[in-house]
Design a protein around this ligand. Structure first.
Ligand SMILES: [Zn+2]
Length: 342
C-alpha cells in the first residue's frame, strides 16, 4: 500500500474561493458578509473536482491513499480575526471530510486549524476535536507563522503552543508544520516561505526542550524538511555546541520528513542522510509545482519515481517510506485501515 501523507484540496469548486472573497469583503462591509449556509457545493461537483485531478494522478502513479487537507495557501490565517478563521477553517475542513466520505478508500482527512495572529492557540482546539470526533481526521496542519511571513508568534518550543500539543498527544494526532500564503514580499509563498518555515521549525525543535515535555508529540516537516537534510552536518554541529544530545536522540523520535522534493538527486540525499524510519512518502499533488521536467519527461511532483530509483534504499526501506512509517506516525490512520481489514 502506498500512502501519500501530503495532499491538499487545491481543486475545490470555485464556489469556495468566491465565498472566501465575499468573507474578506465582509471584513470591511459587514452587511455583505456571507453566511456559512450560503456556500453550496454538490457531491457531484466534489466528485468531478477529484476524479479528474488528484484521483486520476493517484491511479496513474500508483498511490492508494492520500492524507488530505484544505489548500495550504488558502488558509491565510493573517486575514481578519479569530472569527474569520473559525468560519473559514470549519468550511474547508468540512469539504475535505466530504471528499473523504465520497472516496473513503483514497482519502482521509487532516484538519486546518482556525489560527489567527495573537489569538491563544487553545482557540483552535475545538475545531481539532470536531474534526477528529465527527470526521475521523487523522492529523492537523499547524501553521507556525499565522502572520503570513512576519513571524510574530512564539517559536514552536514556547509554552504558547502547549495546550494544542496536549490535545494532539491525547488524541494521537500528529501535526504537519505547514505555513500558508506569504504576505511579506520578501518571501515567495511556495518557493521561499514554505521552505524557510520547514527549516525554521526544525531549528525551533532542536533548540527547545519540547520533546522532553511531550515525548509522544509528532511533527511532520514537509517539502523534504526544507534545507535540513542538505545541511544535516550544520544542525548536528550546532546541537553539539549547544551541549544537546545527538539529533537521533533529541528530535528523531518526534520529527519526520516527507518526500516532497522534486528531483532525483534531492531524494537520493534525503534517503541517504535521514534515517529511513523518519521519511514519509508524499507528493503534495496537486500543488505548487505542476509542470513536467523536460530532463525526465515526467511531472516534477511524481515523487514515487524518485523513491523507486533512489540507490540507497532497499525494498524493505521503501515499504517503510510508503506505508509502515505513516501507520506508525498516524495511529488513527493505522486504526482506520485496520478497521477496514487493511
Ligand atoms: Zn502542502
Amino acid at each position: 500500500m502506498i500512502i501519500d501523507c501530503h495532499g491538499h484540496y487545491t481543486t475545490a469548486p470555485k464556489a469556495l474561493e468566491d465565498w472566501r472573497n465575499r468573507q474578506i469583503a465582509g471584513l470591511k462591509d459587514p452587511a455583505s458578509a456571507p453566511r456559512v449556509a450560503d456556500l453550496r457545493i454538490s457531491d457531484d461537483e466534489i466528485r468531478e473536482s477529484i476524479v479528474a485531478n488528484q484521483l486520476r494522478l493517484m491511479r496513474e502513479r500508483g498511490s492508494d491513499l492520500t492524507i488530505f487537507s484544505p489548500r495550504a495557501s488558502f488558509m491565510a490565517h493573517h486575514i481578519g480575526d479569530l472569527q474569520t478563521s473559525l468560519a473559514w477553517a470549519s468550511i474547508c475542513n468540512e469539504l475535505c471530510h466530504r471528499v473523504a466520505s465520497l472516496f473513503p478508500d483514497h482519502f482521509i482527512g487532516a484538519a486546518m486549524l482556525p489560527q489567527s495572529p495573537g489569538a491563544p492557540i487553545a482557540t483552535s482546539i475545538a475545531e481539532l476535536e470536531r474534526c477528529v470526533k465527527e470526521y475521523g481526521f487523522v492529523a492537523i496542519n499547524l501553521n507556525p507563522d499565522p502572520s503570513g511571513g512576519h513571524w510574530t508568534s512564539p517559536p514552536l518550543g514556547d509554552r504558547y503552543w502547549y495546550p494544542l500539543y496536549e490535545k494532539m498527544v491525547e488524541y494521537g494526532i500528529p501535526a504537519m508544520i505547514h505555513v500558508s500564503t506569504s504576505c511579506n514580499a520578501c518571501f515567495h509563498t511556495t518557493g521561499a516561505h514554505y521552505l524557510n518555515a520547514d527549516t525554521t521549525a526544525f531549528m525551533q525543535c532542536l533548540t527547545s526542550d519540547l520533546f522532553k515535555d511531550f515525548p509522544d508529540l509528532k511533527f511532520v516537516i514537509p517539502h523534504g524538511g526544507g534545507a535540513v537534510p542538505y545541511h544535516w552536518g550544520r544542525f548536528r554541529g550546532l546541537a553539539q555546541e549547544m551541549k544537546k544530545p545527538p539529533l537521533d536522540e533529541s528530535v528523531l523520535d518526534n520529527v519526520y520528513f516527507d518526500t516532497c522534493v522534486y528531483h532525483q538527486p534531492g531524494v537520493n540525499l534525503l534517503a541517504e542522510v535521514i534515517p529511513v524510519r523518519n521519511v514519509l512518502f508524499a507528493s503534495e499533488m496537486i500543488g505548487a509545482v505542476r509542470g513536467i521536467d523536460p530532463t525526465t519527461g515526467f511531472h516534477y511532483d511524481d515523487t514515487r519515481r524518485y523513491i523507486d530509483a533512489a540507490p540507497h534504499l532497499t525494498d524493505a526501506d521503501r515499504r517503510l517510506i510508503y506505508e509502515g512509517n505513516a501507520r506508525r506516525v498516524y495511529p488513527r490512520l493505522d486504526a482506520a485501515l485496520k478497521a477496514r481489514g487493511k
